[in-house]
Design a protein around this ligand. Structure first.
Ligand code: NAP
Length: 308
């Protein structure tokens, strides 16, 4: 297969990648953006974004990413729906192999984001789509008038628990500690929601059911008491994310948790390769910070390519 030669390739089409595409296109770099398996990034699974400046009434996660995409296309960034399978950063130009093409690029911006962390329970993967979900916005309506459980104590779990009460009869919110990790405003909303029962200091030990979720066995980690929640039909897992960096192992410096190491100019351990968004950020993980690092990465790539 003949290799396609590109000046700059952006890997990933969430807020960081699309912002990098807008900046790179406006700088005349003619960027190619390769969307991965989740075009739009994980923000499209958020029902309502209330803290993105410029939208005082809030804006839907899907809607905001449609706007990001339209803006990148307006400046003629090229968006392709290919998944990167392999990279070789041992020499320049850098090599990228997707499920459809082979590319050579002088500069790369990595914005592959993060994916949902698993609990590691038996049947967790087998029951995906059969009661197990990692996305309440996507699957919540399937559980109308049913009883569901959400596990996690971060902003995502809190948001999902609240969102699900639009459809379901009851939500058990299962958290392993006695204090939420998420923000106070989100925590207060959950505590005030009469359809949510919070199970503090509680961990899920077993997913019950033969072919689908038919309950959960949970344990209070302070008292050791185990209880079966036999009424649960849906189980939403919201225990954080892990960076999508598998293909970059051995090619770039990663930290102990697998995030790409960058300096304050978004530079990675290889010259001309930059990273932006959740793939290099274990702390903030906001649309605004992802977009900000995407802009920085594109500005740095421009300087690199122009030899500044
Ligand atoms: P997170 O903030 O890292 O929270 C993960 C939660 O899952 C924590 O409560 C953690 O418990 C729990 N957990 C982790 N592993 C577990 C396990 N094996 N068993 C049981 N519980 C487990 O992740 P997130 O809620 O997915 O949010 C990701 C990022 O997006 C955060 O930075 C968050 O602030 C951001 N976000 C922001 C907004 C917003 O600003 N509107 C909305 C959504 C997300 P512990 O607390 O005990 O560690």
């Amino acid at each position: 297969m003949e290799k396609k030669k590109e000046k700059i390739i952006i890997i990933g089409g969430g807020p960081a990648g699309l912002t990098a595409a807008i900046y790179a296109a406006r700088a005349g770099l003619d960027p190619l953006l390769l969307n991965g398996p989740e075009p739009g990034g994980k923000i499209i699974t958020t029902s309502e974004l209330e803290n993105y400046p410029g939208f005082p009434e809030g804006i839907g996660g899907y809607e905001v990413m449609e706007k990001f995409t339209a803006q990148a296309e307006k400046f003629e960034a090229r968006l392709e729906y290919e998944t990167v399978e392999k990279v070789d950063f041992s020499k320049t130009p850098y090599q990228i192999t997707t499920d459809e093409n082979e590319y050579e690029a002088e500069s790369i911006i990595i914005a592959t984001g993060a994916e949902s962390r698993k609990l590691g329970l038996d049947k967790e993967v087998k029951f995906i789509g059969r009661g197990i979900s990692y996305c309440a916005t996507c699957d919540g309506a399937l559980f109308r008038d049913k009883v569901v459980a959400v596990v996690g104590g971060g902003n995502v779990a809190l948001e999902e628990a609240n969102f699900l009460t639009r459809f379901v009869k009851k939500v058990y919110l299962i958290h392993r500690r006695d204090k939420f990790r998420g923000s106070r405003i989100m925590g207060d909303r959950v505590k005030e929601n009469s359809k949510v029962e919070i199970l503090w200091n509680t961990e899920v030990r077993e997913i019950l059911g033969e072919d689908k979720v038919e309950g959960l066995k949970v344990e209070n980690n302070k008292t050791g008491e185990q209880v079966k929640l036999n009424d649960v039909n849906g189980f939403f897992i919201a225990v954080g994310y892990r960076p999508r960096t598998g293909i970059f192992k051995g090619e770039l410096e990663l930290d102990d948790s697998g995030y790409i190491v960058t300096d304050k100019r978004q530079r990675t351990s290889k010259e001309g390769i930059f990273a932006a968004g959740d793939v290099q950020d274990s702390i903030y993980q906001q649309v605004i910070t992802s977009a900000g690092t995407g802009a920085k990465a594109a500005m740095e790539a421009y300087k690199f390519l122009e030899g500044y």
